[in-house]
Design a protein around this ligand. Sequence first.
Ligand code: GZL
Length: 328
Amino acid sequence: MKRCVWLSVLALIAVGCSGGDAGKTAEGGGTTPTPESGKKLVVGFSQIGAESDWRTANTESIRSEAEKRGIDLKFADAQQKQENQIKAIKSFIAQGVDIIAFAPVVETGWEPVLREAKEAGIPVIVSDRRPDVPEDLYVTFIGSDFVKEGEMAGEWLVKKMGGTAKIAELTGTTGSAPANDRAKGFRNAIAATPGMEIVFTQTGDFTRAKGKEVMEALLKSPAGKEIKALYAHNDDMALGAIQAMEEAGVKPGEDIIIVSIDGVKAAFEAMVAGKLNCTVECNPLLGPFLFDAIEKMMKGEMMPKRIVVEDKMFDETQAAAELPNRKY
Ligand code: GZL
């Protein structure tokens, strides 16, 4: 049943509009089989884990929006392991869910399981991070522009440091789209300013604990003595590094200027306390975006291949005024 739905939808989508990324229709992503009337839509969601405040807020948004819309959500937490995500997606296929959504922990290794979903006639929506697969294997990818986030962080730091700084970088999960793209964007932004030099880069896997551990080791090394700025790919690693600095007698936000990404509440509190200098928001509240896209699919509306979630940047001069407005 699902397979023939998929094929018939292909024909429908094939005549769809085309355009830039935003207007691109789904090639074969298609719409979902409309469940028999009265049956709840069943969505399988494979979540990366609970590694950061951002992820916690993201999970809450997905769960609460599904509840609000009367969706039967099958939710699987992969503890940041790709093999657990693949197992979960296979399980969703075996259960015959109507739609699969997932946040790929890393970019590669997804094609076989997404082909199985396509063969089973189950549309897939990508949430948060990009997988490196042919676009016909998913309907749409909803998430922020991580390259732009890295560029915003780099441009701010160039100005803050007057064009000269030896920089430490705490990178996100190795092989993940946000780590790859935030590294790329930051390097784009500092490329024209030779005085801005990344002298240390290591992954903190997006967690506070690892961010603290890496910074502790760095501060004990010769390189640690020359660091004047820290670029962390997320606030949690920055907050861990801040703890390490304080324990080492280094003043975060003063001796070492810190810029990170996510815009979680704890980052604003750290900026108000003078320990963090800037955070680039990465909106985790993707629940409404995800279920709006699903509703559009249900109605057979054309889907753009890419839905970009807009982000803003906040520094220490804006933190106190913005803190009361933060939703996550
Ligand atoms: C970004 C998201 C990243 C966050 C981290 O969209 O994938 O993963 O920046 C989270 O906090 O762990």
